[in-house]
Design a protein around this ligand. Structure first.
Ligand code: C2E
Ligand code: MG
Ligand code: MG
Length: 657
């Protein structure tokens, strides 16, 4: 029993020991196994927590080929991806932030621009039926408020009732897409009752289907622009002195009238009015008085209810259109002349003036603007020539006359340029003994082909164009030079006579010029006779007298040419410092067989002699005329009977022989 018991006990011990060993081994193994599972999970949990907290830098370091190793790689890959996404997000976020700032800045700028803009910026939402306008609205339309939600558009508050319909028509065009944008001008009176101009600018915003959803645009104050435009218009079309429409307006109106005349057969009469003697008024009373006179005349023209324009300096144009008759044209021209019958009063002065009027009638007097003006101008020229204060209606004959004048002007300019001017000399003889006494220098244009142009043709043109000054100075130099040469060669006659135009006398210091040239050429004043015509003295002034007095005192001879042809007045003989009197050819023409003519010439010679003047008869062509003049004791004779005007060579030959 004991043995059995001890054996059993021993067996029990062994079993207990085995049990204890296996149990502790199991526990150790279990713990080992459990920890191999929980450690990676714990680490994973920690990393997951850290990731959750935003740390994407931790990695699951588990290197094994088992499921945990697999899980670790996948988890790390996921973290890598997350990290990359986060980086991308961060960059995007930075960009977004920058854009937001820029947007904010531009919004600020836009607001500043809106506030400082003079224009109202508006938006009209067609869907929500709302209206927005920038604050500038209050500045532009003080006191006029509008509701942002009302059906009626705010513009109705400011537009004139009569403009509203046409404004909506425009808006409709815009909404339908028939117009891309609209400009709408309107005006109204502001609180000070001044007229203010506005302009609404509108364009539309559409949805993707192309339907207009909004209209947007600006309203601007256009008053300054309108006023500037009006001023520019005024400057372009209104003459600023007289406030009459100017030449540009005239041109447009004429073109309009001509177009109408072509279509409907209307008549047009163009009147060109030119003041007579305006230059003299300007010269004697000064330009400011001239201006006052022009304004006064313009006012009188305005009062006549004529379609009148300021054409140039002292020229006005009147357009008469419609169904015209000669009687109507004459009536208007009569009115124009009557208008200036009443003199103008300026301070203590009474100013008398008159109009010369040239008229051209469409289509005979030209079928276009240029022709009508040109022909009216031609008629005006004839009116002036005809003694002023007249109206002349253009006809074709005039045009030819003027063409000839223009031709002469062209030739004259060329002659001056190419030095085709020369002097001829016509001798003057004493009828007592047929002895050569003097010469008159006469100007000629001799063209290359030998054609000779008479001074009667070109001197008036030269006077009109002012070229006479240059011609006159040239002739003084030329003749004085000849006198010098002839004197040196010892063949000089008493003197050489030289014609001087009234225009030259008006030249400044003309007397001094003559004296100076004579000195330069070293000739004596007594060797020169200055010929002036009576007509020069029609316009004479004290200035002319002073000038002639000077010349005479220096020793120059002074002849009154063409005596008897002008408005001769014996008065001149008394007042002018003359040495010579030249009886015009017209008195000589019938002297040989007409007792009256002879008697007149006798009396002229007697008066001349009584005043101690040398009397010359001009244009003596016949021996009988010479005989009569010899009998009447005429001092000198000039004419074809003795000699025609001679060339330089012929003159020298005559002098020598
Ligand atoms: P004028 O001074 O009375 O000159 C006389 C004109 O009568 C000259 O004409 C002369 O050729 C012409 N004549 C002379 N004798 C006779 C005659 O017997 N019968 C006829 N039928 N005519 C005769 P011309 O040379 O054609 O000059 C015309 C006018 O032109 C001159 O008239 C003068 O007023 C002007 N003139 C000529 N040369 C000059 C000049 O150098 N300067 C200026 N300012 N005028 C000039
Ligand atoms: Mg003469
Ligand atoms: Mg003469």
């Amino acid at each position: 029993m004991n043995l059995i018991l001890s054996e059993a006990y021993q067996a029990f011990l062994v079993m207990l020991i085995v049990f204890l060993i296996t149990t502790s081994l199991s526990i150790i193994i279990s713990i080992k196994i459990a920890s191999s599972i929980t450690i990676p999970l714990t680490e994973l949990t920690k990393i997951a927590d850290r990731t959750k907290a935003g740390d994407l830098s931790s990695r699951f370091s588990y290197n094994s080929n088992n499921e945990y190793g697999q899980l670790a790689r996948s988890f790390n890959a996921m973290l890598d991806e997350l990290h990359a996404t986060e980086e991308e997000l961060r960059i995007n976020n930075e960009d977004l932030e920058e854009n937001r700032k820029m947007l904010e800045e531009s919004q600020t700028r836009y607001n500043i621009a809106l506030q400082s803009a003079r224009d109202v910026v508006w938006e009209w939402d067609l869907i929500r039926k709302s209206f927005y306008a920038s604050d500038q609205w209050n500045a532009l339309f003080p006191g006029i408020t509008y509701s942002e939600t009302v059906q009626k558009v705010a513009f109705e508050q400011v537009l004139n009732p009569e403009d509203i319909l046409s404004f909506y028509n425009e808006v409709q065009e815009l909404i339908c897409g028939r117009k891309e944008w609209v400009l709408f001008d309107f005006s109204c009176s502001n609180q000070n009752k001044d007229k203010v101009w506005y302009q609404i600018k509108a364009s539309r915003i559409t949805d993707i289907t192309g339907n207009a959803t909004k209209l947007t645009g600006t309203v601007s104050d256009q008053t300054f622009q309108k006023e500037t435009e009006a001023k520019i218009w005024e400057l372009a079309f209104i003459d600023q002195l007289t406030m009459l429409p100017n030449r540009t307006s005239f041109k447009y109106k004429m073109e309009e009238e001509i177009e109408r005349a072509e279509k409907y057969g209307n008549g047009i009469a163009l009147f060109l009015l030119d003041l007579d003697n305006f230059k003299r008024i300007n010269d004697t009373l000064g330009h400011s008085v001239g201006d006052i006179l022009i304004i006064e005349i313009a006012n009188r023209l305005k009062n006549k209810n004529l379609d009148v324009y300021r054409f140039a300096g002292d020229e006005f144009a009147v357009i008469l259109s419609g169904e015209l008759t000669l009687l109507m044209i004459e009536k208007i021209s009569g009115q124009i002349h009557e208008m200036l019958l009443e003199p103008f009063q300026y301070q203590e002065r009474t100013i008398m003036t008159s109009f010369s009027v040239g008229i051209s009638v469409y289509p005979e007097g030209g079928n276009n603007l240029e022709k009508l003006v040109q022909n009216a101008d031609t008629a005006l020229y004839i009116a002036k020539e005809d003694g002023k204060a007249k109206s002349v209606i253009f006809n074709q004959v005039m045009s030819e006359k003027i063409m000839k004048k223009l031709e002469i002007e062209t030739v004259l300019r060329r002659a001056v340029k190419d030095k085709l001017i020369c002097m001829f000399y016509q001798p003057q003889f004493s009828p007592k003994d047929d002895s050569l006494q003097a010469f008159e220098a006469l100007m000629r244009i001799q063209l290359e082909d030998g054609t000779m142009i008479s001074p009667s043709d070109f001197i008036p043109v030269a006077e009109e164009t002012g070229m006479i000054t240059e011609l006159g100075e040239w002739s003084l130099n030329e003749v004085f030079e000849q006198i010098r040469i002839w004197t040196l060669s010892g063949v000089i006659c008493d003197y050489i006579s030289i014609n001087v135009s009234g225009v030259q006398l008006r030249q400044n210091n003309f007397a001094e010029l003559v004296y100076q040239i004579a000195q330069e050429k070293q000739i004596k004043p007594e060797q020169v006779e200055i010929e002036i015509t009576e007509s020069t003295f029609m316009e004479s002034s004290d200035k002319n007298l002073v000038l002639l007095d000077k010349l005479k005192q220096w020793g120059f001879r002074i002849a009154l040419d063409d005596f008897g042809t002008g408005y001769s007045s014996l008065q001149y003989l008394r007042t002018l410092p003359l040495t010579t009197l030249k009886i015009d050819k017209s008195f000589i023409d019938s002297i040989e067989n007409n007792k009256k003519a002879e008697s007149i010439v006798r009396q002229i010679i007697e008066i001349g002699h009584e005043m101690e003047l040398c009397v010359i008869a001009e244009g003596v062509e016949l021996e009988k005329q010479r005989d009569v003049l010899r009998r009447l004791s005429c001092d000198l004779i000039q004419g074809y009977f003795y000699s025609r005007p001679l060339t330089l060579e012929q003159t020298e030959h005559l002098m020598k022989t």
